[in-house]
Design a protein around this ligand. Structure first.
Ligand code: BGC
Length: 833
């Protein structure tokens, strides 16, 4: 529960502001390091700490020694279609933030799924602005009612990664308002997030951190937003244009365009001190809300925070509620307990039971890459989850099945590594253990408080005990001069510094393979990766970022597939887990294909041919092509399911829980069939030529059929819509019945279609759009009623001539639907002008 704004805030803030000189005010508007703003003891202001977001709270470090509870990906959360569940996620994360001393969570990401190729697709909620806004509102509410600030990001139209620092997205005004700005507007009105993050990209010619029209104009003046606008990391480029464009805080520090540079601009008469004061007021308001400013009570007193939540249970519940059952022939799922272990599990070919197949069944991919990365406390893989849930004696075998083509991952399993920091004379400055062979240090926070200027080399050194014999592949991550030795072999000695536009490439770039060494299982070998020029500068950041990557030997692909086919043939049920990897779905780059990496498609096809009871689990944060989709018995989409993913998977496969998700994004059969997929700018410009027609709006317009429509998802029971009615106050009532044999949950989806799609002088409206939804539950045979009030905005368009929203009067059909392509009942609604 949030208490009303403290009436003393303005007084406390003005008094504090009056005691700050220009230098101090400008310092407050700039990061003092990667994640925090400086304390100003003279006014009783504590340092404010920020952290990513959105599936966990990483904290101020970027290493596995500060682990975080890891929730399912944002696409998964949105697939629940349940704002209350999103609120629970927010509360869980706020609890983590308190635990880690974090005040500001850099989440949620509310950009839209414009193209399935978007590298951060997994990190955004949906292709629809209403669903995005509702899930975002739940999340922000949960975070902030717990006394932590949420940050809506990235303002605005940051929907792809290619040339992300410089791309100029050309979006017409109406599309911007109705689609890309809409979730920001609704969440600000409903939940007032205390920060907004200004994006890297430009919109219609102006880079976002300097965008007067959108930041000072739309956000502040029109929407009355009173929170802080913080730059995306390194997005602020120009002191004067940024402060005048409405940016409050430039991150990260210590070298930013604000701080001393801003004070100098004011002294030289290039920037107005009033603009600085206005930004400082907003930062002080944020600090007051968080309880960091002396004399101001926090917006949420400790005693009013929600009761503590069991984070693991929350992670597991969110995962089960997000899984989308796309196919379930002959009701193969849930797997009947009688089939497993008992005599019925024996098939003529062999031992019966379950063959669990796939690299990701054992090495689960639980989150997407980039700044959304956190380090989980522990991970329940599908193999762990099933093993724990199945009764003893149920045969369960695991085989890899196929190698994921780019399987280099951080050197953790079997590695004992430490980093050794040396000066130019070879003297050791400090040493630090490294649990996963990855270094991400800022200059100011080197191990042992080592002096960055004195640092000359960093060696990552230790032993590796292989689990399997054969050729082990080693790789490096990051930019610089590396010498990599394994045992007596020098695997690599050279410079890696490709011409790369993205200054964060060293952090977000994929690992590079350097060669392989034959090793014997159980025989330890010495490993050393020496970075002889370890210092990196990324824009204004200085630090050390590199790592060692490794890939276990795998059988020849043909052998792996044959092994899987044999296991599937011998089992009663084959469960194949297919997945994408960090080099497929990550911040920093877009995808080029929706195909699964490696020979996973072939693997599924072969397994399905061998066993008609083949269940495919799709472990991906965003759409993938599934050419075998009509040939397998069941398909369960588990997204990036967070640290409890394997436990949730067992719950769902064995029927302890129903897979509750519905697609928050249209799933194309093939990339080239997706009406909108272009993410590559031409001459620095990416034109949103499709205007408002993205996602299901575009599929309808092109009259084409995806593999699975927006809103689609089966459950373990069936539902029939029995009645719909709507009244003049836009209240829609739907009666529906659970016609199956299990208690269940579904999402009542309400779409509206205008009788008249064209509006004088404006581009046509879509055929049908989502106007409201509600998750409901019912016991078998029972009915339930959903009452959904449709927002006025569902009947409005942005009138570019008037510069205002205008209601389009007339007759609308209100549909209740199982998904965007399957309306069932409808009623008429007349909207007055
Ligand atoms: C991302 C942001 C993130 C920030 C800090 C940026 O690269 O775009 O979403 O919050 O880094 O890690």
């Amino acid at each position: 529960m949030t208490v009303p704004p403290d009436p003393s805030y303005p007084v406390v803030i003005e008094a504090a502001l009056a005691r700050l000189d220009l230098g101090a005010k400008c310092r407050l508007l700039a990061g003092q390091d990667l994640w925090s703003l400086p304390a100003l003891p003279e006014i009783g202001l504590a340092s404010l700490v920020m952290s990513d977001g959105p599936v966990g709270v990483r904290g101020s470090g970027w290493t596995p020694d500060d682990p975080s509870l890891t929730l399912p990906s944002p696409t998964a959360l949105a697939a629940s279609w349940d704002p209350e569940l999103a609120r629970l996620a927010g509360r869980v994360l706020a609890q983590e933030a308190h635990r880690k001393g974090v005040h500001v969570l850099l989440a949620p990401t509310i950009n839209l799924h414009r193209s399935p190729l978007g590298g951060r697709h997994f990190e955004a909620y949906a292709e629809d602005p209403l669903l995005t806004a509702r899930i975002g509102t739940g999340y922000v509410t949960g975070v902030q009612e717990s006394g932590v600030a949420a940050t809506l990001k990235h303002f605005v139209a940051n929907d792809a990664e290619t040339e992300r620092f410089t791309v100029d997205n050309h979006v017409d005004e109406r599309t911007l308002r109705e689609l890309y700005l809409a979730p920001f507007e609704e969440i600000i009105a409903a939940a007032n997030p205390w920060l907004i993050m200004s994006a890297y990209n430009a919109v219609n010619g102006s880079t976002m951190t300097e965008h007067r029209l959108l930041q000072a104009g739309v956000l502040r003046e029109e929407w009355g937003y009173d929170g802080v606008v913080v730059s995306d990391w390194l997005a602020a480029r120009d002191t004067v244009r940024a402060i005048e464009g409405g940016l409050d805080v430039a991150m990260p520090g210590p070298h930013t365009v604000f701080g001393p540079a801003l004070a100098a601009a004011v002294r030289e008469g290039k920037a107005a001190e009033e603009a600085v004061d206005a930004a400082v007021r907003r930062v002080l308001l944020l600090a007051a809300r968080l309880g960091l400013l002396a004399g101001a009570a926090p917006a949420v007193p400790v005693t009013l925070r929600p009761a503590p939540i069991d984070g693991s249970a929350g992670a597991r519940e969110i995962a089960t509620r997000s899984f989308v059952l796309l196919r379930n022939e002959r009701q193969i799922l849930p797997l009947a307990p009688a089939r497993m272990g008992g005599p019925r599990s024996l098939n003529p070919a062999g031992i019966g039971g379950i063959a669990l197949i796939g690299h990701a069944a054992r090495h689960a991919r639980i989150l997407g890459g980039g700044s959304a990365t956190v380090f989980p406390r522990s991970v329940v893989s599908p193999l762990d989850g099933l093993r724990a849930a199945l009764s003893k004696g149920t045969p369960l075998t695991w085989v890899r099945g196929a190698d994921l083509s780019d399987g280099l991952s951080p050197a953790s399993d079997g590695f004992t590594l430490r980093a050794v920091l040396r000066d130019a004379n070879g003297a050791i400055l400090a040493e630090q253990d490294l649990p996963d062979g990855r270094i991400r240090w800022m200059a100011e926070t080197l191990p042992g408080e080592s002096d960055y200027d004195a640092l000359d080399s960093v060696e990552l050194v230790g032993t590796f005990v292989p689990r399997t014999s054969g050729p082990h592949e080693f790789g490096t991550r990051g930019l610089g001069t590396f010498r990599l030795a394994v045992g007596d072999a020098t695997v690599h000695d050279g410079v890696h510094r490709p011409a790369e536009a993205d200054p964060l490439a060293a952090i977000t770039g994929p690992p590079v393979s350097r060669g392989s060494v034959d090793l014997v299982a159980g025989e330890p070998v010495e490993v050393s990766l020496l970075a002889s020029d370890p210092k990196m500068t990324y824009g204004s950041l200085r630090g050390v970022t590199f790592g060692l990557a490794h890939r276990e030997p795998t059988g020849e692909d043909d052998e792996l597939i044959e092994e899987a086919v044999a296991a599937a043939t011998a089992a009663d049920t084959a469960i194949v887990v297919v997945a994408t990897t960090e080099t497929v779905e990550s911040e920093g780059f877009d995808r080029t294909t929706l195909r699964l990496p490696g020979r996973q498609d072939e693997l599924v096809a072969r397994v399905a041919a061998a066993n008609p009871r083949t269940v495919v689990v799709v472990n991906a944060g965003a759409p993938v092509e599934m050419p075998w989709r009509d040939d397998v018995a069941a398909i369960l989409l588990t997204w990036f399911p967070g640290e409890q993913g394997g436990a949730a998977l067992a719950d769902v496969l064995l029927g302890h829980a129903e897979p509750g998700g519905r697609l928050p994004t249209t799933w194309p059969a093939r990339l080239d069939e997706a009406p909108v997929h272009q993410v590559t700018p031409h001459g620095g410009v990416l034109r949103y030529e499709e205007e408002g027609f993205i996602g299901y709006r575009a599929w309808q317009r092109h009259n084409s059929k995806p593999a699975y429509p927006f809103g689609f998802g089966l459950g373990y029971t069936d539902w029939e819509h029995e009645h719909i009615e709507a009244d003049a106050s836009r209240a829609v009532r739907v009666r529906l019945r659970n016609t199956g044999s299990r208690p269940g949950r579904t999402v009542v989806q309400v779409y509206v279609s205008p009788a008249e799609r064209s509006v004088a002088g404006a581009p046509a409206r879509p055929e049908r759009w989502l106007a409201g939804f509600a998750p409901v539950t019912a016991d078998p045979g029972r009915t339930t009623d959903a009452e959904i009030t449709l927002p006025v905005r569902a009947f409005q368009i942005w009138d570019t001539t008037a510069g205002a929203w205008t209601t389009v009067p007339g007759r609308y059909t209100v549909h209740v639907a199982h998904d965007a392509a399957t309306p069932t009942l409808s009623t008429e609604l007349h909207i007055a002008g």
